[in-house]
Ligand binder design. Sequence first.
Ligand SMILES: [Zn+2]
Length: 71
Amino acid sequence: MSIDLKQFAALQKASKDSFFEQKKLIKQVMAGRTVQCKTCKQPIMLYTPEQEEETGVRCLKGCTDISLDFV
Ligand SMILES: [Zn+2]
């Protein structure tokens, strides 16, 4: 098996971009802004430990699902 370095670099860039996208999304949701899921267009909600056992930022359908650890 060989590794295509170009492909690997592209993959790294993609995950980096989505990391920043996620961070931006979490900030907006935490600031109380209504953010729509890109996939299902449903509002993305923040789930805190008081509300849910599985904490994080999720849409109703679950296509956006970012786990957050509340300490
Ligand atoms: Zn969704």
